[in-house]
Ligand binder design. Structure first.
Ligand SMILES: Cc1cc2nc3c(=O)[nH]c(=O)nc-3n(C[C@H](O)[C@H](O)[C@H](O)COP(=O)(O)OP(=O)(O)OC[C@H]3O[C@@H](n4cnc5c(N)ncnc54)[C@H](O)[C@@H]3O)c2cc1C
Length: 496
């Protein structure tokens, strides 16, 4: 039976599917064969623009194509992988506050190894197992390049490359509400560099739906430090940290207690004179006055209180140090300079309002976001989000009404505020809550829940990281679980 999705698949093969085609196809297919698929469920083919070909954009393209939509992925760089594609270059301004600075996308430092075991990072149906080959890294917590290779393998083996327009930057995504059929569409304006960047081509194209997968680890957020204007040292953000060489014999204040701060402060301690790590969230057992760990030149401090003209940095617990550099490992803003929703969606420390971190109620399902949650395992979570989006767009899965979605968002905000958590952390899914969210997403599309080994392994890996911050990547306590995971992933590999 000729169905709409079959038509979309054909258009996907041709790399094109106009909105007008969609309407014509709908009429033709409905007249000829009815418009249901093999399950007897109405299926719609949408022309979908996906912004970004990182881990989120690739898996979104895959799920959309599987569902029979017509897909175009815009990627401003020349390759897939997003943040995992290491760039030796840095922003033209190292703190990342000047809006006219020349930007790089990746925040990877040269020595970065994953902070999650690779089995956990596997997509739902595409295992991240060691592979033979030049420059491949078989370690359980591999270097960044191995993750980039995994994403390249995924794009190639799932035949996604033909759907990606490389070197094309999305400049403007504008809401268009005046379609005769009353549906929303999006005008996407792109800029393509041709011939080594010497010529630029601006193009416009209309899409039924846009999925934003542009990442959220590129726009630095920095700590506010009283007195910093007259402080004579150098400030930078971890987004622009690549290696420790330029910190040799320096005294460095590192602000932040996340994964990057952990790694970078240890790496700096190998060459710097002193490293002072300032954080809001140390456990009460932390002793501020003594050096910590293997390195006898790392000190922990409370928050930075202020900085002075003579180079001193003061901490809230009362100590101070004269520092050469302040390195902000303080996270990132959500930032979508291209997105024009007429104020219906805003982004800063959070994106909202969003139903279940994905759909803005007033623009659903034509606009959606993949990969916003933090403190999670992003690859499988993004895949479950993408699958939900794909099936909502095709009409196989229904969303609640706009007002019900809005009520749900408001209830979530109220509950969040009442818990005393900072609204900065609205997309944090701490502890088991990410797995509850994953299960909820899977239920929306009738997919299987993630395997139970993932939940157990995540808990053990987190504890190991916290107990053994220097060695957790090479010594682990879950051999049995590791075996179980490998055997489950190998089965996927052979079934593929
Ligand atoms: C330092 C660091 C360490 C991390 N470590 C881990 C880890 O160990 N394990 C883990 O699972 N996760 C880790 N992460 C999280 C990581 O961000 C996610 O795993 C995941 O790669 C995010 O993928 P994404 O597709 O959402 O975003 P990205 O990887 O950022 O991809 C976004 C893509 O969109 C493109 N793009 C952006 N704007 C535009 C535009 N206007 N037009 C066209 N293209 C555009 C970019 O070029 C990029 O290719 C880490 C992140 C950082 C920063």
């Amino acid at each position: 039976m000729a169905t709409l999705s079959a038509k979309c698949m054909k258009e996907n093969q041709m790399g094109n599917c106009g909105a007008d085609d969609r309407v014509a196809a709908a009429a033709a297919a409905a007249a000829a064969d009815g418009n249901d698929d093999d399950d007897g469920v109405y299926k719609r083919c949408c022309k979908v623009g996906v912004i970004g070909a990182g881990a989120g954009g690739l898996v979104t393209a895959r799920e959309l194509i599987r569902e029979g939509h017509s897909v175009v992925v815009f990627e401003k760089s020349t390759t897939v992988g997003g943040v995992w594609v290491y760039e030796p270059e840095v922003d033209s301004e190292l703190l990342g506050v000047k809006s006219d600075r020349k930007r790089v996308h990746s925040s990877m430092y040269a020595s970065l190894r994953t902070n999650l075991p690779r089995e956990l990072m596997s997509y739902v149906d595409y295992p991240f197992l060691p592979r033979n080959g030049r420059r491949r890294d078989g370690r359980r917590y591999p270097g960044h390049q191995e993750v980039a290779f995994y994403l390249q393998d995924f794009a190639q083996e799932c035949e996604l490359l033909d759907f990606i327009r490389f070197g094309v930057s999305v400049e403007h995504v504008e809401l268009e509400m005046d379609r005769p059929d009353g549906e929303i569409s999006w005008k996407v304006t792109t800029r393509r560099r041709v011939v080594d960047g010497f010529e630029e081509v601006v193009e416009e194209e209309v899409f039924d739906a846009v999925v934003v997968c542009s990442g959220h680890f590129s726009e630095p957020r920095i700590a506010d430090i009283p007195g910093i204007d007259t402080w004579p040292g150098k400030e930078m953000h971890s987004h622009n940290y690549r290696d420790p060489q330029s910190f040799t014999d320096k005294s460095v204040v590192v602000i932040g207690t996340g994964a990057s701060s952990d790694d970078i402060s240890r790496e700096l301690a190998e060459v710097a004179k002193e490293v002072h790590v300032s954080g809001r969230s140390w456990k009460s057992s932390v002793e501020f006055a003594k050096p910590v760990g293997r390195h006898q030149n790392i000190w922990l401090h409370s928050m930075v209180k202020c900085a002075h003209e003579d180079g001193t940095v003061e901490f809230e617990e009362g100590s101070s140090t004269v520092a050469d550099v302040i390195l902000h490992c303080t996270g990132y803003y959500y930032y979508y300079p291209f997105l024009d929703t007429k104020g219906l969606v805003t982004a800063d420390n959070k994106v909202g309002p969003l139903y279940e971190h994905v759909f803005p109620p007033t623009l659903a399902p034509s606009l959606s976001f993949v990969g916003l949650p933090q403190k999670v395992i992003p690859f499988p979570l993004s895949q479950l989000q993408a699958r939900w989006i794909a099936k909502v767009l095709s009409g196989k899965v229904q969303l609640p009404s706009q007002s019900e979605m809005m009520k749900s968002v408001q209830a979530f905000y109220a509950q969040f505020e009442a818990s005393g958590s900072s609204m900065h952390h609205l997309h944090y899914l701490q502890g088991d809550s990410q797995f509850q969210y994953d299960d909820w997403l899977a239920d929306q599309t009738g997919s299987e829940h993630l395997e139970t080994w993932r939940l157990k392994m995540y808990a053990i890996a987190g504890q190991n990281r916290s107990d053994n911050p220097e060695t957790y990547r090479d010594i682990w306590p879950d051999d049995d679980l590791h075996e179980e995971a490998l055997s489950s992933l190998r089965k996927l590999d052979t079934n593929r």
